[in-house]
Design a binder for this molecule. Sequence first.
Ligand code: ACO
Length: 320
Amino acid sequence: MTSRIIGTGSYVPARVVTNDELAQIVDTSDEWISGRTGIHKRRIAVEESTGYMAAEAARRALENAGITAEELELILVGTTTGEHCFPSVACEVQGEIGAVNAVAYDISAACSGFLFAMDTLQAFIRAGVYKTGLVIGADCLSKLIDWEDRGTCVLFGDGAGAAVMRAEDFGLIHTVMGSDGERGNVLSCVARTNGSFVDKRTPQLGYVYMDGQEVFKFAVKKVPECIRQVLDESGTDIEQIKYFVLHQANYRIVEAVAKRLKQPMDKFPMNMERYGNTSAATVPILLDEMNREGKLEPGDRIVLSGFGAGLTWGAALLEW
Ligand code: ACO
């Protein structure tokens, strides 16, 4: 028994912010941003919260799966940008969509959040605890960005993606996950837990800090490694893989991974040019687009891979 994705959904805010618009705020240019990252524009939440986007993506995934919210037994949201420390985004989603029979909680693994949530749901399904669940990757990084820091503010966008998973005989074949807490300092954001009774400090929310080159080196090493591991451990030949659906941080990272895996670029779909890096949402948004465009056919083998702060990384091999 394993679990299979039976429906996908996604939501991105309506507000489009182009590179040219950002060039009016910080000292940058469309040429610099698109040349270094592949990003041309992104969607930025104006009214929407992470919970709102996650619930919208969830509704669309349920509709795509053809099941009701009451059938869900577990809702996991990979996110680091909930509006509240508590309740969780997953509980907000549960309340919004009326998933009255579901247990709901968040998973904090930054850009790897969707992969980690999927792996957790898979473990419950394999153990026979649950049969039907919903995994979501949702983030609103625009709320954690220093809009005066050109090194980070050009990279991110907001959005949410979701997948309904159900116990079946085929689907997820194998997953691998990893973490390296010793290198957490290369990509971080201080939470509002830095107040102090002793010196009467008021808690303040930090901004995203990133050592871009260290993150780049980490990604181009770890992503091919974990993809090879998920293939080797499941006895799968890389030539059997139709698509590698990677976290959409930067097209140069995707290119470097393709090169290291000796695979052609047309196996690496991308949409970061339209959405930027939506953190935990990149993989499920891209997967939903591919699903709705009819790019995925029964029997296709695909690899999903996420990587991000923690440091964290993971890969999942599945049959569509
Ligand atoms: N516009 C113009 N110039 C800029 C900008 C900008 N938006 N940002 C930085 N620069 C300047 C820097 O100030 C620096 O100027 P200097 O040489 O005068 O000091 C110069 O460009 C080079 O800066 P670097 O940081 O060395 O630029 P780099 O070539 O490394 O590119 C980038 C930066 C694109 C972030 C790169 O490091 C990268 O791709 N890193 C991967 C990390 C990533 O994609 N993170 C996404 C989020 S994390 C995740 O999702 C896992």
